[in-house]
Design a protein around this ligand. Structure first.
Ligand SMILES: [Zn+2]
Length: 334
């Protein structure tokens, strides 16, 4: 399908099902689906097909730097083979700018409802201030929930190996106005949102409503009325630089995701040495075995101590097994 950029008028080829498309020439984020549905006529109307708050988080790491970071980081993980860096063959590395929506909302919701209140009766004659009977009655309560929200929403449905992005806490404080030149300078590829602006706005509103509801439910059991005043303070469309690295170690494929703005490892699959595997498995087995035998031998003489120590040893054993099963790792976020 072909469209004209509402900003620079360039002819653009876009996919038939494109929802948003970042102009390859001027970097304007175009609401393609809306444009197709409504057909622009006047110049003034064209403006409404542009996503206004389009930002970018710049990539500060070169492909080589990202690669080195990954190698250095993986070699520090316990159980990583010592020849890992030397034997690793990176066969694909690409920089992709992922679409992230971030909404800022202020909400206040006055509400009215019923809550349980205790009623005390039958004063205890032997304990002043105490009652023998407590019953609950419903009492009307009014209040107001005032909250601010910052909601991140990834603009695409993530493939299985990209899912780690969802849990990744993005720092967007360093965002700048979108700059197509930067994307070209660092050889990045842009992925655009498959959610439309209106869809994003609906989802964010729904999120705010649900969160407000949760707060109200803490105060009242039955809600009689509420009035939601939701104010959208900002809705940003932000492109984030993510390095995707695929590498082979001893003919097995592994993947890694690295944040190109701060060099943080988002996700990595790492090989584990046979030796490490054998050691942790046998350690795990010994701990579990002793954990079972110990209470059997000593439960008559030291019941609590032997069972307590036994349970602790079994837990430790399971932990050793778990280290072994580990297939992925991510850098700790603060
Ligand atoms: Zn353009």
């Amino acid at each position: 399908m072909e469209i004209n950029c509402p900003n620079c008028a360039a002819d653009l080829k876009v996919r038939n099902d494109a929802v948003i498309h970042t102009c390859d020439y001027c970097g304007t984020a175009i609401q393609v689906s809306k444009m197709v549905a409504e057909h622009p006529a006047t110049k003034k109307e064209k403006q409404k097909f542009i996503v206004k708050d389009h930002y970018i988080v710049r990539c500060h790491y070169t492909p080589d730097q990202a690669k080195n970071l990954l190698g250095a980081w993986i070699s520090k993980i316990p159980g990583t083979p010592t020849d890992f860096e030397a034997e690793t063959n990176i066969h694909s590395q690409k920089l992709t700018f992922y679409p992230l929506w971030v909404g800022q909302y202020a909400a206040d919701t006055p509400y009215r409802g019923l809550d349980d209140w205790p009623q005390f009766s039958h004063p205890a004659y032997d304990a002043p201030g105490w009652y023998e009977h407590v019953s609950y009655y419903k009492k009307e309560e009014t209040g107001e929930v005032i909250r601010e929200y910052q909601i991140p929403l990834i603009g695409i449905s993530l493939q299985k190996d990209q899912e780690y992005l969802r849990d990744y806490i993005v720092t967007v404080s360093g965002k700048e106005y979108f700059d197509i030149k930067h994307v070209k300078d660092v050889n990045g590829e842009i992925i655009d949102s498959t959610l439309s602006y209106d869809e994003v706005r609906n989802r964010m509103n729904q999120h705010v409503l649900n969160s407000q509801e949760k707060e109200i439910r803490k105060e009242v059991i039955i809600m009689h009325s509420r009035k939601d005043n939701i104010k959208e303070e900002a809705l940003y469309y932000i492109h984030l630089p993510i390095y995707e690295i695929q590498y082979t170690y001893k003919r097995k494929n592994h993947k890694a995701l690295i944040d190109g703005s701060n060099g943080r490892i988002i996700h990595v699959e790492t090989p584990i040495t046979r030796g490490f595997r054998a050691k942790t498995i046998s350690l795990g087995a010994i701990h579990v075995a002793v954990g079972i035998i110990l209470p059997l031998l000593f439960y008559k003489t030291l019941p609590f101590l032997s069972i307590g120590v036994g349970v602790g040893l079994i837990a430790l054993g399971i932990l050793f097994f778990a280290i072994n099963l580990r297939r992925r790792a991510a850098e700790k976020q603060v």
